[in-house]
Structure formats: structure tokens, C-alpha cells
Design a protein around this ligand. Structure first.
Ligand code: COA
Length: 257
């Protein structure tokens, strides 16, 4: 349980709201656990037909909590992080996932959208996957899904340069369904979720399964997780996390990989 994720079920929609706006909804281990629990609950309860992700404040999420990343680096290798549980839950989800995204969506805040079936962006949304800036590698099967979605060179640009793309670019590249005024974001996403609730659940489930290659995603997740865990303890990553804490640019010039 964490106060930073609010879980609410109404009319067949399970809404998972990130509530840590003062930290731009950066995701701690406990928050990942709550999100993973939510996805598991949705799979197990027939009354839940759609899952809706949203975040309070001016950012959807700044991605993984960077202090938690540093802590994760010191945990035992076989202790699976809750983020991995959440990510596997996204890849396994059989029910529709809808996202309402405003402001910054960093790291997993963007890669999780590749697992969502409908994505609505506020006009101020900015999507970034700066894993390389942190000396890490892409996760959530995004090393497979992003190039498939937007093409290799755009995906490489997003991963290797780590610069955010704006909402209109994300729409043009096929990452989102619509860009809407920020004040309409929640109602648009909610309306779409409620339409999905009225569709035949079995048909939606099979449609989703036909469209997504679960085996390929699992294979890629395993590869990513193994390299990601190694990277977390690298000297490059230590420099990146320290630089964030000290609010300075990292300097990788003399750091061994
Ligand atoms: N982990 C931990 N804390 C974070 C965080 C993160 N990923 N992102 C933001 N925060 C915290 C900041 O440290 C700051 O805390 P403080 O007020 O106690 O100093 C607070 O949230 C506000 O962040 P700030 O950077 O001042 O907001 P901003 O509007 O200027 O910038 C971001 C927003 C998201 C662009 C910026 O915070 C950022 O780049 N965060 C890191 C994103 C990242 O690299 N995530 C990991 C991806 S793999």
C-alpha cells in the first residue's frame, strides 16, 4: 500500500492515479507494486473491463525514482524489482489499457504507453526515454516496441539522444491516438474507457492478443532486464545518478563502462 497511487473502480473502469505531484510522480518501488497489484486485480476480476492510467499535477510521471534506482543497485541480483513486476504485468495484460498523459512522461512514463491500447496526450505532453543519459538501457520491451512503432532511426534518436518529443510529434509518429487541450484530457480518456466497457470483453481480449506478440515481448523483456540490472551497478550509472542528485550534468569522459 502507498498513498502515492490512488486506485478506484467505477463502472467497469479501474483507474490508477499517480499521486506524487511534488516529485513529478516519480515511481518508487512501492508505487510500482501498487500499479502491478492493480494490473493483477484487473486480470482476476471480471467486473473490471478497462484499466485507466493517469497522474495528478503537471507531469504524468518523471519515470523511475532516481534515488530508488541507486538503492536498487545495492539490492541482491535475484531480488526482482517491483518495476519488473509492473512491466511484466503490462506485457501480459489482456484487458484494454488507456492512458491520459500530461506534461512530462519520462522513461517508463513513455515506454508504458507502448503497452497501452488507447493513449491520449494533453497538448503540453512531452515524451522522453533518456535511458542512455542515465547510462542504462531501454526497458519494458521498448527496445522492440519503439522501433516497430516509430521506425529505427526515430527510436534510436529518442533512446540515444534522450530529448523529449512533443505531443504533436508523438501523435504523428503513432504513439498516441489524440492530442487534446489539457483541461479536456481526463474526460476524453474516461469517455474512451467507458466506450470500451460497452464492447464485448472476449472479443476485445482476443483482438489484443492477436495484435501483440507476447512471446517476443517476454523474450525481449528478459534480455533487457538482465542488461538493465548490470547497468544499474556500472560506474557510468553511478556517475549519472550522482550528477542528478547534485543537479549537474554527468561527465562520462573518464568513467569506465
Ligand atoms: N526521481 C526522483 N525525484 C525526481 C525525479 C525522479 N525521476 N524527477 C523529478 N524528481 C524530483 C526533483 O528532484 C525535485 O525534487 P525537489 O523539489 O525535492 O528538489 C522535484 O521532483 C521536481 O523536479 P524538477 O526537476 O525541479 O522539475 P522540472 O519541472 O524542472 O523538471 C523533469 C521535470 C521531469 C523534466 C525533471 O525532473 C527530470 O528530468 N527528472 C528526471 C527524469 C528521469 O531521468 N527519469 C528516469 C528515466 S529512466
Amino acid at each position: 500500500m502507498t498513498e502515492f497511487v490512488h486506485v478506484e473502480q467505477t463502472s467497469g473502469v479501474l483507474t490508477l492515479t499517480l499521486k506524487r505531484p511534488e516529485k513529478k510522480n516519480a515511481l518508487t518501488n512501492a508505487m510500482y507494486a501498487a500499479l502491478a497489484d492493480g494490473l493483477e486485480r484487473a486480470e482476476n476480476e471480471e467486473s473490471i473491463r478497462v484499466v485507466l492510467f493517469q497522474g495528478d499535477g503537471d507531469s504524468f510521471t518523471a519515470g523511475n525514482d532516481l534515488a530508488d534506482f541507486s538503492a536498487a543497485a545495492t539490492r541482491t541480483a535475484n531480488e526482482e524489482r517491483q518495476s519488473a513486476r509492473f512491466i511484466r504485468g503490462l506485457a501480459r495484460a489482456t484487458k484494454p489499457l488507456v492512458a491520459a498523459v500530461q506534461g512530462n512522461a519520462v522513461g517508463v512514463g513513455t515506454t508504458m504507453l507502448l503497452h497501452c491500447d488507447l493513449v491520449f496526450l494533453a497538448d503540453n505532453a512531452k515524451l522522453a526515454t533518456p535511458f542512455v543519459n542515465l547510462a542504462l538501457v531501454p526497458e519494458a520491451a521498448s527496445s522492440l516496441l519503439l522501433p516497430l512503432r516509430v521506425g529505427y532511426v526515430r527510436a534510436y534518436q529518442m533512446f540515444a539522444l534522450g530529448e523529449p518529443i512533443d505531443a504533436q510529434t508523438a501523435l504523428a509518429w503513432g504513439i498516441a491516438n489524440a492530442v487534446v487541450p489539457a483541461e479536456d484530457l481526463r474526460s476524453r480518456a474516461r469517455d474512451a474507457a467507458e466506450v470500451l466497457v460497452t464492447r464485448p470483453a472476449g472479443s476485445l481480449m482476443h483482438t489484443k492478443q492477436l495484435m501483440r506478440d507476447a512471446q517476443a515481448m517476454t523474450r525481449q523483456l528478459d534480455r533487457e532486464l538482465s542488461i538493465f540490472s548490470e547497468r544499474l551497478t556500472s560506474n557510468e550509472a553511478k556517475e549519472a545518478f550522482q550528477a542528478f542528485a547534485e543537479r549537474r550534468k554527468p561527465n562520462f569522459a573518464n568513467v569506465e563502462g
